[in-house]
Design a protein around this ligand. Structure first.
Ligand code: APR
Ligand code: ZN
Length: 365
């Protein structure tokens, strides 16, 4: 099959023939139909975040089950599935506590399948898996807990986005922060994930939603997704602007960029007692810094959010219900579709901030 391989940080991906082993016990072979290009992938391409190479990236995807290994019960060939990048064992203390996105398995897999081996090979060596998904490829072998069956009449691009951007963004609002109706909300970074924070805030009943970005077209998009105000951080100081627009500070602020400096802005723009949620992944070399006394005396909270703090098998069907009810805008997020061969163009477009979300589309018969 064809797959995009990252051999060296900062270099273009090589789209080449890769050998994919059949699914083993408890594993599923998925023919990828659509896969998103997310800033988390870009962090690894640029070397801001580090993982063992060579690797097949891609973690936001949907496709059709082609084969299942022994013991697989929840899906069968022909099923349409969303791929989930937090495989869960169902038995560890985190799964037992209803927080499967924090399952111990994630720490163990690092670049491999849960049994410690790889299904991907090229140029005579094993390739690493990315989050047990590795969807920038025609096919993927994933753990059964990494697929969720969905209705067959849904667009694959929409299903792919449910694998990361939507679930992370909306989940940050509804699960991590638990924004209440009437709240004021600020959102730093209005890309594929940030726009979903904006619409999550709208769904939660926030009355003031301030979107912050440096690109005018992203600010326009944020207003379509539910922002009541926008601030161009290139032109204006976002902290001051948010404090003015919210009469002294926001109840909630979300950082959806992945920089320590903007996490600090998210904390600084809060009202007393407010909560900032760090969604973006900062570079490995960056530490987060807080303003000591102001943080304490104003009783602020800084929370991290991984994968929308989601219970994926519970949340994704609900997100689909919101989509069917016309309250969650998903089709509107997809602004470009390219074939796998043009993955490097899609990555460059993400880096420049073109469009909203680019999807790599595979041909499925
Ligand atoms: N101030 C405001 N906005 C900024 C700034 C800044 N200093 N720097 C960058 N941005 C904006 C960009 O213009 C862009 O619109 O942040 C947005 C980031 O969007 P994308 O590149 O589309 O990234 P996305 O895929 O949404 O991911 C955002 O969430 O899940 C994490 O790892 C992911 O860290 C990444 C973050
Ligand atoms: Zn992602």
């Amino acid at each position: 099959m064809r797959a995009a391989v990252l051999y060296e940080v900062g270099q273009p991906l090589a789209v080449e023939e890769v050998e994919l082993d059949p699914p083993r016990q408890g594993e599923v072979l998925v023919r990828i139909a659509a896969t998103g290009v997310c800033h988390s992938d870009l962090h690894y391409i640029k070397g801001d975040l580090v993982m063992p190479l060579p690797v097949v990236l891609g973690h936001e995807a949907a496709g059709i089950v082609e084969a299942v290994g022994a013991g697989v019960q929840s899906v069968q060939p022909g099923d349409h599935v969303v791929l989930l990048f937090a495989p869960a064992c169902g038995r560890c203390r985190y799964c037992a506590a209803g927080r499967p996105h924090l399952c111990e398995m994630r720490l163990r897999v690092r670049g491999r399948m849960p049994d410690g081996t790889s299904r991907l090979h090229a140029r005579g060596e094993d390739l690493h898996h990315f989050t047990c998904v590795s969807s920038w490829a025609e096919r993927a072998v994933v753990p059964e807990s990494g697929v969720l069956r969905v209705e067959r009449d849904l667009p694959f691009a929409v299903c792919a986005l449910l694998g990361c951007a939507v679930t992370t963004g909306v989940g940050a609002v509804l699960n991590t922060a638990q924004v209440t109706p009437g709240s004021t909300v600020a959102v730093f970074g209005l890309g594929g994930v940030g726009l979903n924070v904006v619409q999550g805030a709208r769904i939660a009943g926030a009355v003031t939603i301030v979107g912050v970005d440096m690109l005018e077209h992203r600010l326009d998009a944020a207003r379509r997704f539910g922002a009541t105000h926008t601030v161009n951080a290139r032109r204006d100081d976002p902290v001051k602007a948010i404090q003015d627009l919210t009469q002294g500070g926001a109840d909630y602020a979300f950082e959806v960029i992945g920089r320590a400096a903007t996490v600090r802005q998210a904390v600084d723009c809060l009202a007393r007692g407010g909560t900032a949620v760090a969604v973006g992944l900062p570079p490995a070399r960056e530490e987060l810094a807080l303003p000591g006394p102001a943080f304490i005396l104003n009783e602020k909270t800084l929370r991290a959010c991984f994968y929308g703090s989601a219970r994926l098998r519970h949340d994704i069907p609900r997100l689909l219900a919101l989509y069917h009810a016309g309250r969650l805008m998903l089709d509107e997020l997809v602004t470009a579709a390219l074939p796998l061969e043009r993955v490097n163009e899609a990555v460059a477009a993400l880096d420049r901030g073109d469009g909203l979300r680019t999807i790599l589309e595979m041909h499925t018969a």
